[in-house]
Design a protein around this ligand. Sequence first.
Ligand code: IPD
Ligand code: CA
Ligand code: CA
Length: 250
Amino acid sequence: YEWNEIALNIAKEVEKEILPFFGKPEGGKVIGVSPSGDKTKLIDKIAEDVVLNALKPLGVNIVSEEVGSIDVGSDYTVVVDPVDGSFNFIHGIPVFGFSFAVFKGNKPEYAMLYEFITKSVYEGISGEGAYLNGRPIHVRELNEKSIAISFYTRGRGVELINKVKRIRVLGAIAIELAYLAKGSLDGVLDIRDYVRPTDIAASALIAKEAGAIITDDTGKELKFELSASEKLNIIAVNDEKLLKLILESI
Ligand code: IPD
Ligand code: CA
Ligand code: CA
């Protein structure tokens, strides 16, 4: 398979179908409940239908946020979040993306995150590197005096806020992990027992290939099932020192 072509074609098709709804409440009409218990909105469904129509003919397993798992016994599993950042999209906040990750067995092989408004294409290729619009990207060097992180919490570890310079919580963790990968943020953490594999499968590979360290909330390598309902905690950083600071605080 030419995964980059497949992913980009789907991203563009999703873009065409959903962008007319950007910032419009009608796109947020609730039409069901996802396997993880989240509400499925109209635009989530429109976007996912595009994804399923494109992927089903390939005969691969699919894990997608709203339908869950479709196992056809293939070696390949594509883990998709058709729109990460649905709230942002519906409310006119221009931070949302299309997340697409290919696994052979349990091993990630290829990932793409498409950021709709900036039209940025982030890719991660296992063992090869990470790219933004075809150019290699890397996490930035940590400057301990001006740490910038995205930090999702419901109270746990709040003192961490006093130990960093900037907090940026943008509402689309797939995008935020890509920002870590390109060196715009030093870390991204979500310790709400809430993140699902579909949210992070693509961007975790992109960030890892860009040099990020990605762990669970105990500092162990992050492992997840190819599922749309598992709930995770994630810490992704550019440097061991920041990981240590975070683990001491949460
Ligand atoms: C959302 C994003 C965001 C997180 C939200 C999720 P969705 O995904 O991943 O980072 O804070 O809680 O629901 O639902 O827009 O695909
Ligand atoms: Ca998501
Ligand atoms: Ca979604």
